[in-house]
Design a protein around this ligand. Structure first.
Ligand code: GLN
Length: 557
């Protein structure tokens, strides 16, 4: 088993997660089986309750773990499927140690950071050391070297290297080499100091990944090599990418990173096959057409808050040889009129969310999309919003709402299930992780997925209230996917609309380059059809509960 530890120096936001993920892409392309782990030094037990303003999106795994968004990079850039064992916070480490102490597992000994905290961390690395499954474990340590919270993790790594042997481990330090305009120079001092900080803890990096705006010339490389005790070819330049994050594996490969890593770890592998990846990047960088899509949410200034959604749009668009012009709209700004902001877009996407802020604006956006035949994709809260809109404005259920926003609403089209109401007080809360959905025959959903059973990741509390099903169906609201027992609505669509689709789950967590998620793919295709003037509309068949297939897609006049 081989181990790669990725640490960060100087400042945060250097793209450690992307760098780690990109190395994973390269190693997989060499035929190696890669798994990732992220250590987060903060004391929160999981990122589930952390504010997106501060922390970006919460990325949900198959097993329902609410994790750091870097796990999203790992899953998108490689074939690995992660679980809660792949994300560890200091909060979890201390929780484990304290629980053990309370149980008396330490038999009255003094409980200390070394060895008790570091032992828990090492155990978690070992948990992944399954040679039948993986060749390489890549562990990223969040935060910046020198942070107080990060120390136990680095100490655990120091011990771990001693235990498994240095020939099986690489320390890869991602650092900043800033360009100082006044001096016309790239500066190596911050890197020297952050490597010195690592050495203080007993760790020597073998690879330096240098984040920089300008190319590293020979002198700079030599200097870094000399002062940081890293071979010159292990000084890797990682310049800001020009177009897309998906270029990073290619630029790191051009710098020789994957060969270097394999040499250092004594792994004999063929050169990587990056052809498909290269083609994907080409399509992202120079698409033959563009499409404008509005994303209506709450955290529009925080790019990371809807990270997986933006990536999923990129994947789907690349599949259609198309670029995306994103129009990010703050939902609150749509509370008193939407036309001005939505009239030039080819599609409207409403992401998930919690709490009442901005909901009425989102409802207005859904109404606009429905009335103007603009393709609509509603994810989780986005689906709920589309549902409330339809109930209010098409079915005449004026007070329709979710009990999340008005707990005493007389028309709870979205609500907690009866059973949930009972357990809520005991703390049970969200439906999390992968659940199966049965797709209803002869629906748009069936066409999009080309399948009758799918599994998707969830993170929500409220559900469509089935009491309204028949009433809304009569007006053209179709539940096109349900839980296998038929009690929960998982997917909805409108019979009279080219593409009005909402899902109670989060498809954005399962989209990859060269493997876009069908709901995003269908959405982009519909947006393109609308934009090129071939928008299609589906005729209503009020007799049948669902779309009659032979009547599908009648060209719009
Ligand atoms: N707030 C909604 C719920 O709990 C939607 C959640 C979401 O969009 N992830 O059901």
């Amino acid at each position: 088993m081989k181990y790669i530890f990725v640490t960060g120096g100087v400042i945060s936001s250097l793209g450690k997660g992307l760098t780690a993920a990109s190395l994973g892409t390269l190693l997989e392309a060499r035929g190696l089986r890669v798994v990732f782990q992220k250590f987060d030094p903060y004391l929160n037990v999981d990122p589930g309750t952390m504010n997106p303003f501060q922390h970006g999106e919460v990325y949900v795994l198959n097993d329902g773990a609410e994790t750091d968004l870097d796990l999203g990079h790992y899953e998108r850039f490689t074939n690995c499927v992660l679980t809660r064992h792949n994300n560890l916070t200091s909060g979890q480490v201390y929780e484990t140690v304290i629980l053990k102490e309370r149980r008396g597992d330490y038999l009255g000994k003094t409980v200390q950071v070394i060895p008790h905290v570091t032992d828990v961390i090492k155990d978690r690395i070992r948990e992944l050391s399954d040679e039948s499954k993986y060749d390489v474990v890549i562990t990223e340590i969040g935060g910046t070297t020198g942070d107080i919270e990060g120390l136990p993790f680095l100490e655990a790594i120091r011990q771990f290297i001693l235990e498994v042997g240095p020939q099986n481990v690489i320390n890869m330090h991602v650092t900043l080499v800033p360009y100082i305009k006044a001096a016309h120079e790239l500066k190596t001092k911050p890197t020297q100091q952050s490597v010195a900080k690592l050495r203080e803890i007993g760790l020597q990096p073998q690879v330096l990944i240098c984040r920089t705006e300008r190319p590293l010339d020979r002198d700079v490389r030599r200097k870094l090599s000399m002062f940081c005790s890293v071979s010159e070819k292990a000084v890797i330049e990682e310049r800001d990418v020009e177009h897309t994050i998906y270029e990073v594996p290619l630029t790191l490969h051009a710098e020789g990173l994957d060969q270097l890593v394999c040499d250092l770890l004594h792994l004999e592998t063929p050169a990587p096959d990056l052809e498909d990846w290269r083609k994907f990047v080409e399509r992202v960088v120079s698409p033959s057409k563009r499409v404008k899509i509005a994303v209506v949410g709450k955290y529009m200034d925080v790019r990371d808050a809807y990270k997986s959604i933006y990536e999923s749009l990129t994947h789907a668009a690349a599949g259609e040889d198309c670029g995306i012009d994103l129009k990010l709209i703050d939902a609150e700004s749509l509370e008193h009129g939407v036309d001005a902001q939505l009239k030039d877009v080819a599609g409207v996407l409403i992401p998930g969310g919690f709490g009442p802020r901005g909901v009425e604006g989102k409802i207005n956006a859904a109404r606009y999309a429905r009335e103007h035949n603009v393709p609509f994709l509603g994810l989780c809260l986005g689906m709920q919003v589309g549902t409330i809109e339809f109930a209010r404005n098409v079915c005449g259920i004026k007070n329709a709402n979710s009990t999340e926003f008005d707990k005493d609403t007389p028309e709870p089209v979205i609500s907690l299930l009866e059973e949930q109401r009972g357990v809520r007080n005991k703390g049970a809360s969200m439906r999390l992780g992968t659940w199966p959905t049965n797709i209803v025959k002869n629906t748009l959903a069936e066409k999009i997925y080309g399948d009758t059973e799918v599994t998707e990741r969830h993170r929500h509390r409220y559900e469509f209230n089935m009491k309204y099903r028949d009433r809304m169906n009569a007006k053209g609201f179709v539940i096109s996917g349900t839980s296998p027992d038929g009690t929960l609505a998982e997917l909805i669509e409108l019979r009279d609309h080219p593409y009005f689709v909402g899902c109670q789950y989060h498809p954005e967590f399962q989209s990859k380059p060269n493997k876009p998620h069908p709901l995003f793919q269908g959405f982009i295709q519909a947006c393109l059809r609308r934009q090129t003037g071939h928008a299609t509309r589906v005729r209503v068949d009020r007799e049948s509960p669902h779309r009659a297939p032979e009547r599908e897609l009648v060209p719009q006049r």
